[in-house]
Design a protein around this ligand. Sequence first.
Ligand code: MN
Ligand code: MN
Length: 350
Amino acid sequence: MTRTNQESESAMDAFDPAFLPVSGFDLPRFAGIPTFMRLPHAPSPEGIEVGIVGVPWDGGTTNRPGARHGPRALRDASSMMRMFNQATAAAPFHTVRCADLGDVGPNPASLEDTIARIEKAYAGFVAAGVTPLTAGGDHLTSLPVLRAVAKGGPVGMIHFDSHTDLNDDYFGGFKLTHGTPFRRAVEENLLDPRRIVQVGIRGTTYDGEDREFAVASGVRIVSIEELMDRGHEAVMAEARSIVGNRPVYVSFDIDGIDPSQAPGTGTPEIGGFSTFTAQKMVRALDGLDIVGADLVEVSPPFDVGGITAFVGASILFELLCVTANAVARRKGRPVLFNERIAAVAWKVNP
Ligand code: MN
Ligand code: MN
């Protein structure tokens, strides 16, 4: 029932039904042990192509904490996801082998040791051929992940956030917080600053030092004003042309979304983009050579009725769809879609 327009025996051979999520027709979506998207929990990364990984950690947080509780809330909310994307007909679970790789255990007493643990775990995932999709955790999580993902040289990044996270230091010279990960990543040559696009930046700020760095190093900042004025289609077209067809990481801070739709986060800023615009922007990444992605800064203690965890899980699914397609293309396999959904959806919206 899931087919490609270029039918391929090898693609169908690679498919293993043991790595599909539990169907809501077999066990209702409110039942069962909550793994990400109801996928099998794989104790080993061997043979997994896209691994969803939890990083329950908020040691980099400078204000309201709680992102350490994000992965559990995201796993629970992600049981609402069904198998296919109705807007794009994407079939990520049929396109590549996906699994929940569990959590990377942090050291609650040490920021440095936690970063080392994350880096080591992700180096193992990457060595096993896994493209990681991370559920944070605060935004400092992205730094050790990038150290593993960008081992072969600097990658580009499309970054959705209300903050640049390009600050140099905090509170008298401290270099590792959730406001500094991408400054460090540029310094460490993990990110090519001329291939970084930041979308949704806004709010109050300490000073303009992070923006000075962005201008001096070639980072493209798209403020929320520019996003709203030009529209997300034009902005994402520009973002795609900036990162080009070379490897790119995608980092999505839930506080990019307006706090009326995602209140459960540590440093909210009003005047953000909507969940719908977020979905459209992530879908616009299809075709890019995505080598990893994350969804960070969901803080369940500040959430209301689980709304932010649900939004986060839904964005994780959109990220999974475009990441799975990128993995299939890298492997020379066709991108699969659900032909039944496509036949109807493309008639409705050709
Ligand atoms: Mn932020
Ligand atoms: Mn951030």
